[in-house]
Design a protein around this ligand. Structure first.
Ligand code: SF4
Ligand code: SF4
Length: 304
């Protein structure tokens, strides 16, 4: 197949699954790096947030994949996941926001390879700032809450990107843009209990955001009232009030159920090595093994 046909094939696969994608040249990696550096130098990020979240990116193609020419950016639609934890004789429903299910990355890689390998092309995983890449490639637009929105489809998409040796040309590469709708809307700003969304600057005060704290292995700051917690990880307040998510904010998928014993094991912080294998399997299916050390704290504020 010619390159154009391969790209069409990838687009059709995405469309059939309800996903969205773009392709851009790897030549833009340095621009992304410089943009992040400029924001850091201008004091836009707190040092804690910068050091924990923004220093692990790699703005070059892998040494073992020197043929890389392009970056394929993909948005995979995901629902809010609902879990059930039995505690003190009652079943409690606990949610995990869309985008946390990283198993979609492996599945997407497999599907892309099915198309590319027979044509003598390949892909490799990237570690680059996905939101910035998605917005600059035309795949998404920023919301006032700094979340990425796929035009007409909302924000419940997991972003991922792969280096590929597919050549690309005639693609979109534009400055970052915010949704037009945000100009006359403040719903997310009003809904945020922590003042992380600022009317006077575009960048979120990420160090105030609940997501930063419940994904972070330190005690919750005192200004985070117990009632602000509503999700095992992350926070959905500013996305559920957003008019752009009107069609998707009620898209739920019920997943694992945890018995009273399993819940007590998690709440008591029993080590992963000592928890029942069946519980470990449930956590693994949910992609929560790496974050297990945060579960006791995060679950306890929702159940007790
Ligand atoms: S709630 Fe309003 S301002 Fe916030 S991201 Fe959505 S449209 Fe934009
Ligand atoms: S995710 Fe929650 S805490 Fe963070 S900006 Fe949105 S509403 Fe505020």
């Amino acid at each position: 197949m010619k390159t154009g046909e391969i790209l069409k094939c990838i687009s059709s696969m995405m469309e059939e699954a309800g996903y969205v994608s773009r392709i851009v040249s790897v030549e833009h990696l340095n621009e992304i790096k410089e943009e992040l550096k400029m924001q850091h130098n201008s004091g836009s990020f707190s040092e804690d947030f910068y050091n924990e979240r923004l220093t692990s990116f790699k703005f070059r193609t892998p040494a073992f994949f020197k043929e890389a020419k392009s970056i394929i950016i993909i948005g995979v639609a995901q629902p809010t996941v609902v879990l059930s934890f039995r505690w003190n004789g009652t079943d409690h429903q606990v949610i995990i926001p869309p985008t946390y299910d990283f198993s979609a990355n492996g599945e997407m890689k497999r599907r892309l390879k099915e198309i590319l390998i027979p044509e003598s092309f390949n892909i490799f995983t990237t570690t680059i700032p996905l939101k910035l890449l998605a917005v600059r490639s035309g795949l998404a637009e920023y919301g006032r809450n700094n979340i990425c929105y796929i035009p007409g489809k909302g924000s419940f998409f997991r972003l991922m990107a792969f280096f590929s040796d597919l050549p690309c040309s005639g693609y979109i590469w534009r400055p970052p843009v915010m949704m037009e709708r945000c100009l006359n809307c403040k719903a997310c700003l009003v809904s945020c209990p922590l003042g992380a969304i600022d009317e006077h600057r575009f960048l979120l005060h990420a160090e105030r955001c609940l997501t930063f704290h419940n994904e972070h292995a330190i005690d919750f700051p005192k200004n985070i009232d117990r009632s602000f917690h509503h999700s095992l990880f992350g926070c959905l307040r500013c996305q559920t009030v957003c008019p752009e998510n009107k069609k998707t904010f009620k898209w739920f998928e019920e997943r694992e159920q945890f018995s009273e014993y399993e819940t007590s094991v998690i709440l008591n912080g029993i080590s992963l090595e000592q928890i029942p294998n069946s519980t470990k399997m449930k956590l693994s299916r949910l992609g929560l093994i790496d974050d297990y050390s945060l579960l006791a704290r995060n679950l306890s504020v929702l159940l007790t």
